[in-house]
Design a protein around this ligand. Structure first.
Ligand code: NOJ
Ligand code: CA
Length: 713
């Protein structure tokens, strides 16, 4: 192979010069748009940098690892050898935004030895894709010591200047923050109005941010920093040095301050740098998925099912009913008592609604004992995950749901007591198997009990993986709330359908909420790592509907809530509002019924982080397309070509749009639904209200529809 020969020559010439000069290698992506430069300095430093179409994207950045056991910083290396290879393959995800994914990269492996004489050998593996670069450290089996305690990873990512950034504060326990948009030099993570309200918060440095971090440079490059395949290792925060614009990794510690305990051979997660001059290409990137291992769930296609759900859920968040049996109102900060939500009769009402409208799942929270003292109590044994409240009849509901062709979705709130959950897991999943449940929503509200581990530390990262693996054994799908931010592991565990791991729609029910640009930022940040259970579909936008004193509201229009089913990709989508709110607006609910949750194809049509996102997607195994368009607080107009449609077909476009006078704040529920005949030549004019959005379904037209429905113009 040419590349290999070239590198060998480069390397050999390097060897010759090693005593006198730095040695450098440059590798290009398969399409040559990205160049990775690696420099081995005579002083032993290894630095890398990245160019995109000849522009600097990443300045020379150092690599290294600080160990606690043995106490040593791995920063100066001898270069023992370089391996290289090229991969070009295509694989099919069990579910996803597209039905087939190309994995095409060049790989360079640097084989290094610690120069200080410890004898420790390390490899750095780089993969150069058309859309970015991934790299990881690999510790092969060592000749001396194989057990390491990591004090911190010393990875640098040096950006070229004071980029515009979309960031949330570095934190060991929660990612449920509103995003800040500022230049890098203005990052101040010390908190503020958008900080989370209910979760354990472990803030540690004013200059620290979480990943995925989205940036835009003054010269028009979009750069996304994150990680892939986070397994048996803590999550990475990035600490910015504002004088040099160098980010340095900061791993989440354990309860006693160590970062990771590792047994060689081991590899760290991949550090990912996705670069493009088009924002839409950041959204389309499959780099993170490609850096994850193929599915470990051999029979996943047989039982893992993308789906929609409703739930005995929003009614608790808006304060109509409670999780606990006595009606104590845990979530909504009200003093008056309300009825228990998860009663047999109420669950049947949701099952009926789901069955009538072709929705597969019904989530039920508050069905099991423990909710009287679950919150902020530091109690280890609150829930057992198998004991229902007396008014929730497990058997009767199993039969009722089965008779209606609907599945009840289990809820396992652990109240942060992950050790307790580990003890109950097997029993709880057997209980689910016995009573016909095939999906579980887990939750980790509060501090991790009992040791004060962190949600994003190594111990919990391993816990989430154990849950994914064990549920897979039981043929159970998972939706994890309050876990570490996703890093593409849904490729490896396709039963792990979705995670929360960001500030969901629920914040709009009981807090200052999510600002109108929130959903235009999430696809560029949190969603880069994997699907989110955002819980869209709220039709009753203002919470004073439930209680005249309430000031809270969803910060979008109603049709933006519809568009989110397309713009916020997830194979598990909730129709989160109450059945009665949908029944009052069946015309708009039709879009939620129609929209798919699994796709053959996705097109990122237009996007700008924090401003707008327009995506079209083709439903799996069908000719139906769905378009979602959302904007931030600004009204916007777009002309969107439907050229992605089959050229030989006519389609019925049903457009769900903001009424001309709609506005997220003053008039959020005003919408218009129109039907037109369109084809691949149509240019659709989308008019989005402030905080608004449009949703469009495009269904191949039947002969009589072609005659009856008027053409779009
Ligand atoms: C927080 C979750 O995000 C929410 O969906 C759930 O209802 C509560 N915890 C209770 O478990
Ligand atoms: Ca949450």
């Amino acid at each position: 192979m040419l590349l290999k020969r070239l590198l060998t020559i480069l390397f050999m010439s390097g060897i010759v010069q090693q005593a006198f000069a730095d040695q450098s290698i440059t590798i290009s992506s398969p399409d040559n748009n990205i160049q990775l430069g690696i420099l081995h300095r005579t002083n032993g430093d290894i630095v890398y940098r990245v160019f995109y179409k000849g522009k600097k994207a990443i300045e020379p950045s150092g690599l290294g690892m600080k160990l606690k056991n043995p106490e040593l910083s791995l920063l100066k290396f001898d270069l023992l050898a370089i391996d290289s290879s090229v991969t070009d393959e295509t694989w099919k995800p069990v579910w996803g935004e597209v039905n087939s994914i190309r994995n095409n990269y060049k790989q360079i492996v640097l084989k290094l030895a610690d120069r200080s004489g410890s004898g420790i050998q390390v490899q750095v593996i780089f993969r150069i894709f058309n859309d970015g670069v991934g790299f990881r450290y690999l510790f092969p089996a060592q000749t001396k010591l194989n057990h390491f305690i990591i004090a911190d990873e010393l990875t640098q990512i040096a950006v070229t200047g004071d980029h515009n950034a979309f960031w949330i504060p570095g934190d060991y326990d929660t990612n449920e923050y509103g995003y800040y948009n500022s230049s890098l030099s203005k990052i101040d993570a010390s908190g503020g109005g958008f900080a989370q309200e209910i979760h354990a918060k472990t803030f540690f440095d004013n200059n620290a941010v979480q990943t995925p971090l989205m940036m835009k440079s003054a010269d028009g490059l979009y750069i996304n920093l994150h990680e892939a395949a986070l397994l048996n290792y803590p999550a990475m925060n990035l600490v910015l040095d504002k004088s040099s614009f160098i980010f340095t990794s900061h791993l989440v510690p354990d309860a006693v301050g160590n970062k990771a305990y590792l047994q060689a051979p081991f590899a760290t997660p991949w550090r990912t740098i996705i670069v493009s001059d088009k924002a839409t290409e950041i959204l389309a990137s499959k780099l993170i998925l490609n850096l994850n291992e193929p599915s470990k769930v051999a029979d996943a296609t047989a039982w893992v099912k993308p789906q929609k759900m409703v739930g005995v859920w929003w009614e608790m968040h808006v304060g109509k009913s409670s999780w606990d049996y006595s009606g104590g109102q845990v979530g909504s900060q009200q003093s008056t008592k309300v009825p228990h939500g998860a009663t047999t009769a109420n669950v049947k009402r949701y099952i009926d609604f789901a069955a009538t409208h072709g929705i597969q799942g019904v989530l039920v929270e508050g069905w099991n004992t423990g909710w009287e003292d679950w919150f902020g109590q530091w109690k280890e044994d609150v829930f057992d995950f198998v004991t229902p409240y007396p008014d929730f009849n497990v058997k009767e509901l199993q039969q009722y749901a089965a008779s209606k062709g609907v599945k009840i979705i289990m809820h396992h709130e652990t109240s942060g007591s992950a050790t307790n959950y580990e003890r109950w897991m097997d029993t709880a999943y057997r209980f689910m198997n016995r009573f016909g449940y095939d999906a579980v929503k887990t939750g980790y509200v509060g501090r991790i009990i009992p040791r004060g581990e962190h949600h994003d530390g190594q111990w919990m990262v391993r816990h989430y993986e154990r849950v994914a693996a064990k549920t897979a054994q039981h043929h159970i799908m998972v939706d994890a709330h309050e876990p570490v931010r996703p890093t593409g592991l849904h490729r490896t565990y396709p039963n792990w359908l979705a995670s929360e791991a960001a500030r969901g729609n629920e914040f709009n029910a009981w807090s200052v909420g999510n600002m109108p640009d929130h959903e235009a930022i999430l696809p560029f940040t949190r969603l880069m790592g994997g699907p989110m259970d955002y819980t869209p579909g709220i039709f009753k936008i203002k919470m004073n509907h439930y209680n005249a004193d309430k000031k809270e509201q969803v910060h979008t229009t109603l049709t933006k809530q519809l568009a989110l089913y397309v713009t916020m990709y997830s194979p598990l989508q909730m129709a989160a509002d109450l059945p009665e709110n949908y029944e009052a607006r069946m015309d708009a609910f039709q879009f939620i019924k129609d929209v798919a949750v699994d796709w053959d194809d996705s097109r990122m049509l237009e996007a700008e982080p924090g401003d707008y996102v327009i995506i079209s997607r083709k439903a799996k195994g069908s000719n139906n397309w769905f378009v979602g368009a959302i904007t931030d607080e600004n009204a916007r107009n777009f002309s969107t070509s439907l050229s992605f449609l089959d050229t030989d077909k006519k389609y019925v476009a049903t457009i769900y749009r903001d009424a001309d006078n709609a506005h997220w704040k003053d008039n959020p529920e005003a919408y218009v639904i129109e039907k037109f005949l369109v084809d691949a030549k149509t240019i659709l004019k989308l008019k989005l209200a402030p905080g608004g959005g449009s949703a469009v379904s495009l269904i191949p037209a039947r002969a009589e529809e072609i005659k009856l429905i008027k053409k779009y113009k």
